[in-house]
Design a binder for this molecule. Structure first.
Ligand code: IMP
Ligand code: MG
Length: 180
C-alpha cells in the first residue's frame, strides 16, 4: 500500500494533535447540554476520524449512523447522482453533531444536513476533518474543521480511492498513474 502513495500531505502525528484540539473546541460548545448529544458520522469515510475524536471527547453521547449510497438509475451525465440516505438511530430533539471526513463539493453534507433537520434536532452542527475551501459552496457550512487543504484527491485516515487505502495512517496523495 505505501508504495502507491506519492507524497504525504498530513502526517499521523499532525492529525492526532489537530483532532485533540478539535475535541477541546467541541467539548467547550457541548459541555452544558448533559446526555443529549448524538454524533452522526457519515459512513464509511469518517470512521477513523470518529474513533479518534470520540475518545478525546469527555461527553456523554449516543452515536447514530448515516449511510449515503449512490444507486443506479437513469442517471444522465452532469446530472446529480441519485442517492439514498439511511439514518440508523434516533436524532429527534437531540443535539446533533454530523461528522464527516471531507467537505469537498458539499453535495453529501447538504443532503445529510437537510435530512437531519427534518427530524427537528435541538441543534445541528457539523465537524469535518478536511475541507477544500476552493470547492466548498457557501450554503454548506462546517462548524468545526480540522484542516483546509488544496483541491487534491487524498487518501488515508478513512478516506478511500475505490474503497482502498482507508487504513493508511497518514493523509496522502496517490501516485498519478493510479488515478483515472
Ligand atoms: P462531497 O463532494 O463534499 O459531497 O464529498 C463527498 C464524499 O466524497 C466525501 O464524504 C468523501 O467520501 C468523498 N471525497 C471527496 N473528496 C475526496 C478526496 O479527496 N479523497 C477521498 N474521498 C473524497
Ligand atoms: Mg468516499
Amino acid at each position: 500500500m505505501d508504495r502507491d502513495i506519492d507524497r504525504i500531505l498530513l502526517h499521523h502525528d499532525q492529525i492526532s494533535e489537530r483532532v485533540r484540539q478539535l475535541a477541546v473546541d467541541i467539548a467547550a460548545v457541548y459541555d452544558h447540554i448533559g446526555p443529549t448529544l448524538t454524533l452522526v458520522p457519515i459512513l464509511s469515510g469518517s470512521i477513523i476520524f470518529l474513533a479518534d475524536l470520540i475518545r478525546e471527547l469527555p461527553l456523554k453521547m449516543k452515536i447514530a449512523l448515516v449511510q449515503v449510497s449512490a444507486y443506479p438509475g437513469k442517471s444522465v451525465e452532469a446530472q446529480e447522482p441519485q442517492t439514498t440516505i439511511e439514518l440508523f438511530g434516533d436524532v429527534d430533539g437531540r443535539h446533533v453533531l454530523i461528522v464527516d471526513d471531507i467537505l469537498d463539493s458539499g453535495r453529501t453534507l447538504r443532503k445529510v444536513q437537510a435530512m437531519v433537520r427534518r427530524h427537528q434536532p435541538a441543534s445541528l452542527r457539523t465537524a469535518v476533518l478536511l475541507r477544500k475551501p476552493s470547492k466548498a459552496p457557501p450554503d454548506v457550512q462546517a462548524d468545526f474543521v480540522g484542516f483546509d487543504i488544496e483541491d487534491l484527491f487524498v487518501v488515508g485516515y478513512g478516506l478511500d480511492f475505490g474503497d482502498l487505502y482507508r487504513n493508511f495512517p497518514h493523509i496522502g496523495v496517490l501516485r498519478p498513474e493510479l488515478m483515472p
